[in-house]
Design a protein around this ligand. Structure first.
Ligand SMILES: C[S@@+](CC[C@H](N)C(=O)[O-])C[C@H]1O[C@@H](n2cnc3c(N)ncnc32)[C@H](O)[C@@H]1O
Length: 200
C-alpha cells in the first residue's frame, strides 16, 4: 500500500498524478440535483473534496458548502475554480472534524474519499460522518465498489458497505449508478442515507 498521508496526497497533486479527477462533477450527482426528489438545499460538507468539482456543483444549486481536503494544492486549485462563487474550502484532515463541526451539516457528500483512506479507518470514517451531521442529516455518497486488490482506490462490496453504514444510518436508497464514467461503469453506487436518531 502506498503511504496515505497528507504529504503523499499533496505529492500526487504536485506530480499531476490525479487520475481520479474527472475534470467535472460526477455525472450521478449532476443527475441527482436535477431529479424530482433532489435533496433540498441545506448545509453540506464535502469530504476529501479534491479539486472541488462536486462542491461547486452543489454550491451552484443553492447548497451552503464547505469542502475539506488535507492536500494544500487541492485546496488552492478548488479556490481558483470556485472564484466568485459562495462556498469555502478548508485544508483539514477529515478525521479531525468532529470537535469543531459536531452536529453542523444537513448533508455530507462522499465521492472517492472513502476508497482513498486506509480500509482500517472505515468504521472511524462512518463515525466522523455521523458526528458532523445534524440529527436526521443525510449522507449522499457515490461509492466506487470495485473488487480489485490493493489501492487506493481500495475496493469494497455492497453488502459490506451497507453493513458498515447501517450502524449509524438508515439507508434510503442504494442503487447502481446508470451514468458513471466508462472506467467506473457497473462499479459505482449512488446511496442516500439518513442519520439514525440517537437514543435518549
Ligand atoms: C481520490 S481523491 C478524490 C478527490 C475528489 N473527491 C474527487 O472525486 O475528485 C481523494 C482525496 O481525498 C483527500 N484525502 C484523503 N484522506 C484524507 C483525509 N484524511 N483528510 C482530508 N482529505 C483526505 C486527498 O487529499 C484527495 O484529495
Amino acid at each position: 500500500m502506498s503511504e496515505l498521508t497528507a504529504q503523499n496526497w499533496e505529492q500526487r497533486y504536485q506530480d499531476q498524478k490525479t487520475g481520479w479527477d474527472l475534470g467535472r462533477s460526477a455525472p450521478p450527482f449532476e443527475a441527482l440535483v436535477r431529479q424530482e426528489n433532489a435533496p433540498k438545499r441545506g448545509s453540506m460538507a464535502v469530504l476529501g473534496s479534491g479539486y472541488g468539482h462536486d462542491a461547486i456543483l452543489f454550491a451552484k444549486n443553492g447548497f451552503d458548502v464547505i469542502g475539506f481536503d488535507y492536500a494544500p494544492s487541492a485546496i488552492a486549485k478548488s479556490n481558483e475554480l470556485a472564484k466568485g462563487l459562495n462556498l469555502q474550502f478548508i485544508e483539514k484532515d477529515i478525521f479531525e472534524l468532529t470537535t469543531e463541526f459536531s452536529g453542523t451539516f444537513d448533508y455530507v457528500l462522499e465521492h472517492t474519499c472513502f476508497c482513498a483512506i486506509d480500509p482500517n479507518l472505515r468504521a472511524k470514517y462512518v463515525e466522523v460522518v455521523s458526528t458532523i451531521l445534524k440529527p436526521k442529516g443525510e449522507l449522499i455518497a457515490l461509492f466506487w465498489a470495485h473488487l480489485r486488490q490493493g489501492g487506493p482506490p481500495f475496493g469494497s462490496n455492497v453488502q459490506d458497505l451497507k453493513q458498515l453504514f447501517e450502524k449509524h444510518f438508515e439507508i434510503i436508497s442504494f442503487e447502481k449508478a446508470t451514468n458513471s464514467i466508462p472506467v467506473r461503469q457497473n462499479e459505482e453506487y449512488l446511496a442516500r442515507m439518513k442519520k439514525k436518531s440517537e437514543l435518549i
